[in-house]
Structure formats: structure tokens, C-alpha cells
Design a protein around this ligand. Structure first.
Ligand SMILES: *[C@@H]1O[C@H](CO)[C@@H](O)[C@H](O)[C@H]1NC(C)=O
Ligand SMILES: *[C@@H]1O[C@H](CO)[C@@H](O)[C@H](O)[C@H]1NC(C)=O
Ligand SMILES: *[C@@H]1O[C@H](CO)[C@@H](O)[C@H](O)[C@H]1NC(C)=O
Ligand SMILES: *[C@@H]1O[C@H](CO)[C@@H](O)[C@H](O)[C@H]1NC(C)=O
Ligand SMILES: *[C@@H]1O[C@H](CO)[C@@H](O)[C@H](O)[C@H]1NC(C)=O
Ligand SMILES: *[C@@H]1O[C@H](CO)[C@@H](O)[C@H](O)[C@H]1NC(C)=O
Ligand SMILES: *[C@@H]1O[C@H](CO)[C@@H](O)[C@H](O)[C@H]1NC(C)=O
Ligand SMILES: *[C@@H]1O[C@H](CO)[C@@H](O)[C@H](O)[C@H]1NC(C)=O
Ligand SMILES: *[C@@H]1O[C@H](CO)[C@@H](O)[C@H](O)[C@H]1NC(C)=O
Length: 575
């Protein structure tokens, strides 16, 4: 009895179990930079395993500007006395059986959280959030990054051990558990030169000389093979053309004002088919294609790199009469067709016109792909409207990077602001029906390239100049706070903010996962705050340092939600 009461007292005081099985970040602070990067070399690379939560407890993972990276903690729900006693005692006994568990003495921070009233005396502001699992939204497709030629070159230059560490860091169970990839069909600006397939012979309407490029064999395919080998989940790959061979285009060039020549509409459909076939032959299944990268660029000459201009009407015609029938009549008829693949503004000004001019094209379109640039000024309501008008189509974010604006630094090693840019956009997208989020280049050099038009940008992983190590930037961890805890098939649920005393609003999003858990991601862009989260009578307290992000996971209560029968395949989206 004495043991039990001691345990109980200890539990009440501390309630925190630290698990130290992970390899921590090897931090490096670059001078005058906001936050740290984590350094990986051939013999050391940080990793971490998701800890399956047990009933009565919740697991939190925190990263922050002040240097935390996936700091893992297990706490018990702070319910009324009876349930605390019930939950924590059984939890303590279970936990003690694990060998890696250490119960830490209480420190000031935890004491604040346990004694419910303390945070009011303490000057920190607070938010009260309520999770409502009975209000459900979209089903998640996944998170990932892009295998560009530039990413492939940087990766290929590394020692094999380091190459392995990078792919493991992104795709494995010890890493971010990515499950999506975007791959350019031919070249993009992140190549050392512009190219396409079947450049010769010219005017080859039947594509008699279609072979993959050296970049495919030397860079992209080896990288994709290792990804498919190390990934914890099935990887869904999205292929996109930046520009077809110049002979198919009205301006006979890779860039500039251009359109597809009418006589090559069917050829361009076959151009996609052949890519799918060739990659399939290399054991790389293509899950979706988009209908050309950023079509608006080639209409208004907005970019210096490989583009193909499409007006909405022309694209509708091509999808309805060429691409759609060709793909759907082929053995690859399950490959999804995503349109737009441009900034959010392309939905009202492009997708809607496409559907108006060629209404039947919608039957071939599975979803809308959106890019990141300009999201700070283009309201997310366009995503809500698209979902309301086309509830059977999904929206996928297919490209994002920081440092792309002319006035921005290309690579900013250790920038928390850039992690925050990702966090803010992912939160906003997910809260507006987007089903997944694919980052741009998987890794770049310290210049932010290579890029044949010097359109250098940042990446979550930057390779050191001597190629002996790579740096995981705050953006890397920002991605992981979503990708690792929100697996494919997760269903977004409602979060209500009941009360707040904080100046900056807290950012939040929550999901029911196929792991039978509930995941809540919270981001704090302001000063330190205390957050109380309740879900079906269970209460959690989270202290958030200034500029931090926390992912919380706990077991979903059984039978508490009719809409979310735990068999995800039965789920019918509720829009
Ligand atoms: C690799 O990183 C580890 C951890 O930071 C360090 O101890 C080790 O010296 C590094 N190895 C080399 C070759 O730099
Ligand atoms: C407690 O709070 C201080 C100040 O915000 C922070 O530096 C420290 O890392 C926190 N400790 C824990 C264990 O959360
Ligand atoms: C409030 O509590 C948090 C967590 O213990 C601590 O980091 C912070 O410094 C406290 N604030 C004040 C004003 O005491
Ligand atoms: C076929 O393409 C290759 C480059 O991939 C080129 O070297 C060759 O000349 C082309 N063949 C013809 C007949 O144009
Ligand atoms: C392209 O293929 C079609 C069907 O096989 C054939 O009828 C046509 O003559 C070919 N065109 C050229 C230019 O070879
Ligand atoms: C996966 O890894 C195994 C063992 O290292 C290797 O034999 C196999 O070729 C790899 N497969 C791919 C597709 O890379
Ligand atoms: C298959 O091709 C035929 C003839 O080109 C076309 O009429 C039909 O609509 C296509 N089927 C689909 C599913 O697109
Ligand atoms: C929070 O707000 C919701 C909806 O307004 C309400 O049902 C719930 O009781 C509130 N929860 C708390 C803890 O105040
Ligand atoms: C989730 O719960 C259902 C129903 O209890 C069960 O059949 C399924 O195996 C569980 N899934 C996991 C990943 O635990």
C-alpha cells in the first residue's frame, strides 16, 4: 500500500516519462542564424521512433526555435482525481516493465502543468482547445518531397552511408515516414541544362525515339529505388512535365511564351504514357500525373525556366479529348490525373473556366494540385470553394520551397522563420481540405542548386561543400511534425478554440489515424504559452516555448464516435 501511495504521489507530482531511445540532434549553430541545424555524417545521424501511446496517456513531440528537435515526452491525462488514479496507476505499472524508461524528478515546468491553477498565477498566456472527433473532414493522402535532378546530383555525390542516412531520415520509421514523391518528367529548372525526352528526331509525332535521359538512370531512378526500399509506407509518386521537346511547341524553345501545337495534342498524351511505362519497367510505379507544371507561366512568360503555356480552355480540350481517354483506355487507367499544378489563384481563374468550357473534362480529373508561392496573400477560401463545388475531387499541395523570392536569401541555414513558413502553410492547407503536402527539392547544395537558370532556393536538407555531411534544417523537422504522425488514411477532425488569453492565435489541426489514435498538432508563433486540450473528457496540458511546434498523440476512445468507425475503408467523407 505504501508503495502504491508513493507511486500515486510521484505520479501526481511528475506524470512525465522521458524515453531516451532516439539518437539526438548533433546541433550546429551557424553565425548570426536564428536556430540550429542538425548535422549528419557517415557515422552519425539523428533519428527518432514514434512511440505508440498507451491508454490513459498522451505522447508529445516538440521542436522549437531555441533548439528542441522532436523532444519526446509521455504524460498521463490530467482528469479528475478518480480517473487520474485509475489511468496513471495502470500506466505506471505498464511503463515500469519497459527497460528504457526513466522517471525524471519534477522540474519547474512540469509542476506548472500539473497544478492546474498555476498557469494562471504564472504570467504565461493560455489557450483552451476542445477536440471534436464527431465532426470529420478530408482523408489524408500523405506527405513527401521531390526527386529533382538537383536533388539526385547532391545525393549521388555523397558517400553511400550518407546517402542511406538521408533516405532513411525522410522515409523510414526512424525518420519522417514520408509516403509521397513528386518527380519531373524530363528536366526542370533544377537540372544543369534544359532537356526533354525524344528531342530528336524533330516532328516525331509517334515518338519513335523515346528513351529516358542519363539523369533518370544516374540520379532519379537510383534515388527512387532507395526510397521505395526504405520507406515505411507505400510511396505514391506524382510525375509532372515542365516542358515537352521544343518541336512540340509554338515557340520552338524550352521557355518563353508558348503553347502546344495542335497537331501534337495526342503526341503529348502519349509522351506521358511512355514515361509511366518506362518508370514502371524500372519498378517505379507512378500514382498520378499532373497536367503540366504551372501552365500560367508559359501564357504570361512569368518564368525563365522550362514551361508550357496552357489556357484553361485548351487544357480542358486536351484532358477531355486526348490525355483522359488515352490514360483511361490504357493498362495505367488507375493513374490519377491532377490539374492546375499552379498557385492557388489558378483555381478560380483557371480550373473553373476549364470546367465551364469543357464540363466533361471533370470526369477525367481526380484532383487539383496547388503550389505554395503566394499563399501568404491568396486566401485559403479558394480551397473551400473548390471542395464545396467538387466534393468528389481532392486537393493536393504539390510544390513548396522557401527562398524563392528575388529579395530573399537563397539558403538560410538554421532559419526558424522558414520552418514557420512551412508550418503555417501546412496547417492552413490541412484546415482547408488539402489531403497532402509535397515539398520541393529533397536536398540542395549550399548555393541552393544546381539550377540551370540560377533560380536558387532553400531545402530542408543542405549538403555541406565538402560533401562529408548534410544539415537538417528546421524545415525538415517542421515537415516531420505532420508527416510522421498523420499517416495516409487519417481523417481530419474539428478543433474548437474555447478561450484564449494569448495575443497571437495558436495554430492547430487534429486527425483520427488508422493507428486508432488521435493526433493534434499545435504551433506557437508567439511567446511561451500554456495550452489545455480536452478530448472526450480527457484533459492534456502542454507548455509551449516561444516559436515551437508540438505533435500530440493518444489512443482514440472506442465507440465514442459513430462517424469514425475505425475501419477507414468504410469512411465516407463528410463535406
Ligand atoms: C560525425 O558526427 C559525430 C556526431 O556529431 C561526431 O562525433 C563524429 O566525430 C563525426 N565524424 C566525422 C568523421 O566527422
Ligand atoms: C522549462 O522552461 C524553460 C524556459 O522556458 C526552458 O528553457 C526549458 O527547456 C524547459 N524545460 C523543460 C524540461 O521543458
Ligand atoms: C511560466 O511557466 C513556464 C513553464 O514553467 C515558464 O517557462 C515561464 O518562464 C513562466 N513564466 C513566468 C512569467 O513565470
Ligand atoms: C534518338 O535520341 C538520341 C538521344 O537520346 C539521339 O542521340 C539520336 O540521334 C536520336 N535518333 C534519331 C534517329 O534522331
Ligand atoms: C504514326 O503511327 C500511325 C499508327 O501506327 C501511322 O498510321 C502513321 O503513319 C505514323 N506516322 C508517322 C509520321 O510515322
Ligand atoms: C533493396 O535493398 C536490397 C538490400 O540492400 C537490395 O538487394 C535491393 O536491390 C534493393 N532494391 C531496390 C529496389 O533498390
Ligand atoms: C477509350 O477510347 C475510346 C475511343 O478512342 C473513347 O471513345 C472512350 O471514351 C475511351 N474510354 C475512356 C474511359 O476514356
Ligand atoms: C468548448 O466549446 C464547445 C463548443 O462551443 C463546447 O461544446 C464545450 O463544452 C466547450 N468546452 C469547454 C471545456 O469549455
Ligand atoms: C484499430 O481498431 C480496430 C477495431 O478495434 C482494429 O480492428 C484494428 O486492428 C486497429 N488498428 C490498429 C492499427 O491497431
Amino acid at each position: 500500500m505504501e508503495v502504491i501511495s508513493k507511486l500515486f504521489a510521484l505520479t501526481l507530482l511528475s506524470c512525465v516519462v522521458y524515453i531516451n531511445t532516439d539518437k539526438p540532434c548533433a546541433p550546429k549553430q551557424f553565425p548570426q542564424k536564428e536556430s540550429i541545424v542538425c548535422v549528419c555524417n557517415a557515422t552519425y545521424c539523428d533519428d527518432f521512433i514514434r512511440q505508440a501511446p498507451e491508454e490513459g496517456s498522451y505522447v508529445t513531440y516538440t521542436s522549437s526555435k531555441d533548439g528542441m528537435r522532436f523532444k519526446k515526452e509521455v504524460r498521463n491525462f490530467q482528469n479528475d482525481g478518480k480517473s487520474i488514479f485509475r489511468n496513471t496507476l495502470s500506466q505506471m505499472y505498464k511503463s515500469l516493465r519497459h527497460i528504457f524508461i526513466k522517471v525524471m524528478p519534477p522540474n519547474k515546468n512540469q509542476t506548472t502543468k500539473i497544478k492546474k491553477k498555476t498557469h494562471k498565477q504564472n504570467g504565461t498566456c493560455y489557450d483552451y482547445l476542445e477536440i471534436d472527433p464527431s465532426t470529420t473532414y478530408q482523408t489524408v493522402e500523405g506527405f513527401g518531397s521531390s526527386v529533382t535532378d538537383a536533388a539526385g546530383m547532391n545525393w549521388e555525390n555523397l558517400d553511400p552511408a550518407l546517402r542511406y542516412e538521408m533516405i532513411k531520415s525522410y522515409f523510414s520509421e526512424e525518420g519522417l515516414e514520408y509516403n509521397m514523391v513528386r518527380v519531373p518528367i524530363g528536366g526542370s529548372d533544377f537540372s544543369t541544362h534544359p532537356y526533354a525526352y525524344n528531342e530528336l528526331p524533330e516532328d516525331d509525332i509517334n515518338l519513335t525515339n523515346y528513351t529516358l535521359a542519363p539523369e533518370d538512370f544516374q540520379l532519379k531512378i537510383p534515388m527512387l529505388h532507395q526510397i521505395l526500399n526504405l520507406s515505411a509506407d507505400a510511396v505514391h509518386i506524382v510525375g509532372t512535365v515542365w516542358s515537352p521537346p521544343p518541336w512540340m511547341k509554338t515557340n520552338d524553345a524550352y521557355t518563353g511564351f508558348s503553347r502546344l501545337k495542335r497537331e501534337y495534342y495526342q503526341t503529348y498524351a502519349e509522351y506521358h504514357m511512355k514515361f509511366i511505362e518506362k518508370y514502371e519497367a524500372e519498378n517505379i510505379p507512378i500514382w498520378a500525373i499532373t497536367t503540366t507544371n504551372e501552365p500560367v507561366n508559359g501564357v504570361f512568360n512569368l518564368a525563365t525556366f522550362n514551361t508550357l503555356g496552357w489556357t484553361a480552355g485548351e487544357l480542358g480540350n486536351w484532358i477531355l479529348n486526348y490525355l483522359g481517354p488515352t490514360l483511361r483506355n490504357s493498362t495505367f487507367n488507375k493513374v490519377k490525373i491532377l490539374t492546375c499544378d499552379d498557385q492557388r489563384y489558378s483555381i478560380p481563374f483557371f480550373f473553373n473556366i476549364l470546367i465551364k468550357e469543357y464540363p466533361e473534362a471533370i470526369n477525367y480529373i481526380d484532383g487539383i494540385a496547388v503550389h505554395y508561392y503566394g499563399d501568404k496573400i491568396i486566401p485559403a477560401s479558394v480551397l473551400d470553394i473548390a471542395t464545396r463545388n467538387h466534393p468528389d475531387k481532392f486537393i493536393l499541395a504539390t510544390e513548396a520551397c522557401e527562398g524563392s523570392m528575388p529579395w530573399e536569401e537563397d539558403v538560410d541555414l538554421g532559419s526558424w522563420g522558414r520552418a514557420n513558413g512551412y508550418i503555417t502553410d501546412i496547417m492552413e492547407d490541412l484546415n482547408h481540405h488539402v489531403v497532402g503536402w509535397i515539398d520541393w527539392n529533397m536536398c540542395l547544395n549550399t548555393q541552393g542548386g544546381p539550377n540551370w537558370v540560377s533560380n536558387f532556393v532553400d531545402s530542408p536538407i543542405i549538403i555541406s561543400d565538402d560533401k562529408q555531411e548534410f544539415y537538417k534544417q528546421p524545415m525538415f523537422y517542421a515537415m516531420g511534425h505532420f508527416s510522421k504522425f498523420i499517416p495516409r488514411g487519417s481523417i481530419r477532425i474539428e478543433v474548437t478554440k474555447n478561450k484564449s488569453s494569448c495575443r497571437k492565435p495558436i495554430q492547430h489541426v487534429a486527425f483520427l489515424t488508422p493507428r486508432n489514435t488521435t493526433v493534434v498538432v499545435l504551433a506557437n508563433r508567439g511567446n511561451a504559452r500554456s495550452v489545455k486540450v480536452t478530448c472526450q473528457g480527457d484533459t492534456m496540458f502542454v507548455h509551449m516555448n516561444e516559436h515551437s511546434i508540438t505533435s500530440i498523440e493518444f489512443v482514440t476512445k472506442k465507440g465514442s464516435n459513430e462517424n469514425s468507425s475505425l475501419d477507414i475503408s468504410d469512411f465516407i467523407p463528410d463535406f
